[in-house]
Write a protein that binds this ligand. Sequence first.
Ligand code: DSN
Length: 420
Amino acid sequence: MATLHDPPLAQRDPEIARLIAAEELRETVKLRLIPSENYVSRAVLEASGSVLTNKYSEGYAGKRYYEGQQIIDQVEELACARLKTLFGADHVNVQPYSGSPANLAVYLAFCQPGDPIMGLGLPAGGHLTHGWNVSITGKYFQSHAYGVRRDDHRIDFDQVRSLAREHKPKIMWCGTTAYPRIIEFDKFREIADEVGAILCADIAHISGLVAAGVHPSPIGIAKVVTSTTHKTLRGPRGGMILCDAEHAKAIDRAVFPGLQGGPHNHTTAGIAVAALEAQQPAFEAYARAVVDNAKVLGEALLAKGVSLVTGGTDNHLLLLDLTPKNIPGKVAAQALDRAGIVANYNSIPFDPRKPFDPSGLRIGTPAITSRGMGADEMRRLADWMDQVLCAPDDPATITRVAGEVEQLCRQFPPPGIPQR
Ligand code: DSN
């Protein structure tokens, strides 16, 4: 039989090859400010795009349901060992396909349908899977969302305590997707202990900052910690669950066979590489720069008359309230995108507008910091954003800013993308 003809992508499927090249260009010439996105290194890309995608490996190292695991077991053990060292955790499960499945596995491990649970409400900066009503987690469990205070938009611990005392949740989530301040894990733990809840920290947004020590760690405070691996941690798209020894078995059983089939071994390898990179001193410097850049960007935007939810940031993101600028978040996001500045429109706490057309804009510095940008570039960025927000319908402004943005971006080639 003839050998299977095996041409490179550009020959096999020029359409997809062209689209990938176009995305490489987009990621090169735009300022990517979506705070949950980043650039992975070339090494992470290579591992993620490897032959490890060819293998099935249901189970865990040494206890698989298919033969041929000589290599895969080593890959997964290496990923887990590196993550355990990086975060100081007793146990790591690196198989969740992403953050939402990681969180679903936590429910499966500890809850029965209908059990009371608590999490930060979506409009206050929580995540769908922390019990929001349109998510399976809000439908299958009795969810009691806490929020932020009306006066300063910080987590309302009085409300957390009173809801917890009233409803006695099985699990209590702490973790956010649009909250620019430090998460006070110890305060949550105190309340969770008082009512017998298992405290689960979802650190998807901040896991890179936690690994680098620039945000307090929930390890040793929360019993279970979940995260994606592709945000500030700069790994491939994936998920993980870290927990204490006591909960390890329940978590592993929930992920497999409870929720998922075969792990994505190419992703596991990419996560292992990202964990190795995050152990280097350069990663700590990177994480510090992410936060420093966010602070400089926030101050520069405040100086332009933009209002910031909570008045500033402690982490990698800023939530802009555009009400004083008299421009809805969606109009702003679309105009900025045309000008080469990519963000997402977002609800702000107590938003009078609808979620699909809210008052806010969410931006973050993980990706632009991965390109090596610093304080000077943050000030230029604030200036460009202000110009666009003041003239979202002016094609001349948009075109000029897009050109200037591209010029700057060309000076800071992103990791992982071949420059043509
Ligand atoms: N989609 C992620 C984010 O943008 O924050 C959360 O899952």
